[in-house]
Structures are given as C-alpha cells and as structure tokens.
Design a protein around this ligand. Structure first.
Ligand SMILES: Cc1cc2nc3c(=O)[nH]c(=O)nc-3n(C[C@H](O)[C@H](O)[C@H](O)COP(=O)(O)O)c2cc1C
Length: 172
C-alpha cells in the first residue's frame, strides 16, 4: 500500500467532500476542439491562477470526463469564468449532454471554442499536463484575457448562488 492509499483509507470520502464543499469556488467552462472538428466542454470548480510569470492557470479534470482526452491532446484550450446569469450554462456543461453548445452563442477563436456570453474569457496554450490519482492537472499559459463586468457565479456547499443563500450562511 502506498502512503497516499494509506491516508485515503483512513479518511472517509464523505468527510473529505463535505470539507471541500465549504470552500467557496468560482465556476468556469473549459473548452477545446475534439477530433479536429467538434467543440467539447465541461464545467469545473477546480481552477485557479497558477503563476503570473508566465501568466498561467491550473485546471483539474476528472479521468471520467469525456473532455479529458481532447484537452490533454489540445495545444490550446479556453477558460470561461461564468457570471451569476449563467447558472443554466453551468448545469449544461456539468451534464453529459450530446451537444452542450446547441443552445448557446459560440464561435471558434482559432482552435478554441469560445462562449460569447461568458464575462471572463482566457485563451490558453497547454504547457504542462500530469496525472495524480483519478484526475489530470493542466497548466495553461494565458495568451488572451478579456473581461466584462458581471456578478460572479459562486458554488458553495453544493449550491449555485452568488448570494450564498441556504444553510443560514448569508441572506441578501
Ligand atoms: C459545481 C461543479 C463543479 C465541477 N467541477 C469539476 C472539476 O473541477 N473538474 C472536473 O473534471 N469535473 C467537474 N465537475 C463535473 C463535470 O462538469 C461533469 O462530470 C461533466 O459531465 C463532464 O462532462 P464531459 O464528460 O462531457 O466532459 C463539476 C461539476 C459541478 C456541478
């Protein structure tokens, strides 16, 4: 048994996921080109700023995600940080729908599918990929950043709501 298996055996998954559900997250849709032609995308909360020099982000993708393979093999990917008006888009990209792009306005930005309504768009060049456990970490160097003012879409204690209502946390 490895050291990490040892720790995992001692910690119930529910205790870990409950602890992590209390970390306030932003949400982003990560997109890439699949098989040279089709757009693919998934919703992630596992995204953060990684370095300033070079400007880069870190994204974590589940091995079970259908987008993992195209992302790992793409020279570029897109990051779309969602606003509070985009809960429906978040749910679409958290699903395993056949065509998640069908009801959205989107366009190719080179090889990157771009969701036009997202308030924050980062175009990234894939600069590192590595696996740990059941997830893959992608580091992307940001080559374009566009920002429109919007309230954020926030995920906290398994709820989508930037006002953090629910569980007596905060009522606006
Ligand atoms: C709030 C929320 C956050 C999520 N964060 C991640 C994440 O960080 N990484 C990941 O791989 N999947 C994450 N998921 C799950 C994927 O969005 C989901 O498995 C999706 O169906 C994958 O789509 P695909 O199989 O078409 O790639 C999240 C889902 C939700 C609802």
């Amino acid at each position: 048994m490895t050291a990490s298996e040892d720790v995992a055996a001692a910690l119930p998954v529910a205790a870990f996921t409950d602890a992590m559900s209390r970390l306030v997250s932003g949400l982003a849709v990560i997109t890439a080109r699949h098989a040279g032609v089709r757009p693919c995308g998934l919703l992630v909360s596992s995204i953060c700023s990684y370095s300033v020099d070079p400007p880069s982000v870190l994204v974590v993708v589940d091995h079970a995600s259908r987008c993992r393979e195209p992302l790992v093999h793409s020279a570029e990917f897109g990051v779309h940080v969602l606003g509070s008006a985009q809960e429906r888009t978040a749910r679409t990209f958290a699903s395993r729908g056949a065509d998640k792009f069908a009801d959205l306005v989107w366009a190719w930005d080179g090889a990157v599918p771009r969701l036009c309504a997202a308030p924050i768009y980062l175009r990234c060049t894939t600069s590192a990929v590595f696996d740990h456990g059941d997830h893959t970490v992608l580091i992307g160097e940001v080559t374009r950043a566009e920002v429109k003012e919007a309230e954020p879409l926030v995920f906290y204690r398994r709820l989508f709501d930037w006002r953090l209502r629910g569980n007596g946390v905060r009522q606006l």
